[in-house]
Design a protein around this ligand. Sequence first.
Ligand code: HEC
Ligand code: HEC
Length: 259
Amino acid sequence: MRKSILAASMLGLMLGAGACFASTADDAMHEYEEALKLTPNLENGKKVYRVCTVCHTPEGWGLESGAYPQVAGQLNTVIIKQLADIRARNRDNPTMVPFTSPRLLGSAQDIADVAAYISQLPMTPHNGIGPGIDLEWGAQVYKDNCVECHGENGEGHLEDHIPAVYGQHYRYLLRQFEWIKMERRRNADKQMVKQIHNFTHRDIRAVLDYVSRIRPPKEKLAKDGWRNPDFPKFARPSSIHSGAGYAIDKRPTRPVRPQ
Ligand code: HEC
Ligand code: HEC
């Protein structure tokens, strides 16, 4: 008797949790579809983007340390989907979620606008790359496992909202990939999770090193030293953010034991 009550309440809990996941994904998809139908307004997109500059920088380049991803030049469908997922808590991002509240990020129209603005920003010519020691293997792994979805050159797929991965910071790629593999990123593509299930550490590092070194097409890259003229007054943090990024980036890739 006791057992069956326990079983029944466990079942209830499981169903409840299932329904809860289903609804966050559904909410996000609903907002995604709504935003896609709207005509984006770049001028408003720039205004909405202001609050995002604090972390993603005015250029949208994020940090080499991978703490913040490069968003500039990403496919607009991908940006819309990620924003809708993060807002609906279908992708956990505790750092950013407060900034996706309706008060700060606004409506589906604002999402469409900011996505259009970000996707047309030129990308950094100096994204963070891996150690470069196993690139041939990385190229092979990419060809056999990723091309089908992320494209020959890592350009992603607009209609299927598959992220462009070229030009992204190596450490960000690594973190996302590991989270997807561990099924910690709830909005992950189920087929990708299956595909990478048996990847070793070597496979993961090699393929993402290779990906981080695929150059985006020239017309998508900014000139050296470019600064986004839309945010002339932005105070660039010199110590906290960039300092932390610098320290991480300059660590030797293979730590040496002190003598
Ligand atoms: C407080 C810092 C912060 C702010 C402000 C912020 N973000 Fe983010 N954003 C992050 C972090 C951190 C991640 C990566 C989270 C992770 O590693 O899973 C991220 C991820 C993203 C992604 C997913 C990128 C990808 O390739 O998967 C998009 C798109 C994005 N942010 C857009 C925005 C927009 C648009 C705004 C402004 C409305 C914004 N962010 C404001 C910290 C921030
Ligand atoms: C079956 C299609 C598919 C395959 C195969 C696949 N991916 Fe993905 N990948 C996706 C989709 C779709 C997403 C985005 C999921 C979402 O958040 O909506 C993604 C997300 C990612 C991300 C996170 C990007 C970001 O900006 O946050 C990385 C990194 C990634 N994939 C790398 C790879 C690599 C490397 C391979 C090959 C080893 C691979 N993927 C194979 C479909 C695929």
